[in-house]
Design a protein around this ligand. Sequence first.
Ligand code: PAF
Length: 286
Amino acid sequence: MEIIRIIRIMQDTSKGHLLHSRSIGFVPTMGALHEGHLSLVRRARQENDITVVSIFVNPLQFGPLEDFERYPRDIEGDTAKLREEEIDILFLPDTSLIYPEGFSTYIEVEKISEKLCGAFRPGHFRGIATVVTKLLNIVKPTRAYFGQKDYQQAVIIKRLVKDLNMDVDIVVCPTIREHDGLAMSSRNTYLNKTEREAATVIYRCLTEASDLIRSGIINGIYIKGLMHERLLKEPAVSGIDYAGVYDPETLDELLEIKGDALLAVAVKIGDTRLIDNMLVTTTKGR
Ligand code: PAF
């Protein structure tokens, strides 16, 4: 595994591979790698000749009162995991190279960035869209891999790739869960024992709502009410940013479920904000 820190070297290395018709699979990450990340890495390895993983904790996607400083960092552990996965290149740029003095260009994906998490984390998706655009320009992948756990992020990235005519396939991979259903996330490390147990309420809430939709209930507001009730019964839930039923493409709230539906939740367990979602496919036009 080669470690590249310099943007120009990463670009030239990718150009060399592409010139030799080798496909490049790319997994952008912020490190603190868990099985969720590794599932993306394995998929990228299966589907491409060359696999590149980046680790960059992007300051631009954290709000001033958010957990940028506290975000888990474990470069040594991550490097060992990626060596074990036998990836080809680890791209490890420094913040000063990604955002040099005078940096002033940002990518804004309108409308869908303002909904769900965007309504509670102003600037978050602008930061993601900007860094992902930069990383795609640097790594020049054939395919880039993202997890469904960050559903809104994946929708936004697909939109920006389409709108900016970027020549890359965006592959969205299933959420990887702990044995009790909690979606894997680097932020799970913030939870104490009680909070960790309480956090399973998110998965239970999503599966119950999904079962209701599958049983034929089409009233989105009713399901949203039950989801809120379920979450608030758990004493460790200190706040709900959103929980409900949404259109999987526009992310608008669904009052009536007529086709596929996205169940999405963002809650605070103690001080930790966790998100999760579940796609429910139904027979169109019931
Ligand atoms: O999903 C993440 O880890 C980050 O948002 C990403 C895509 C690496 C951009 O910083």
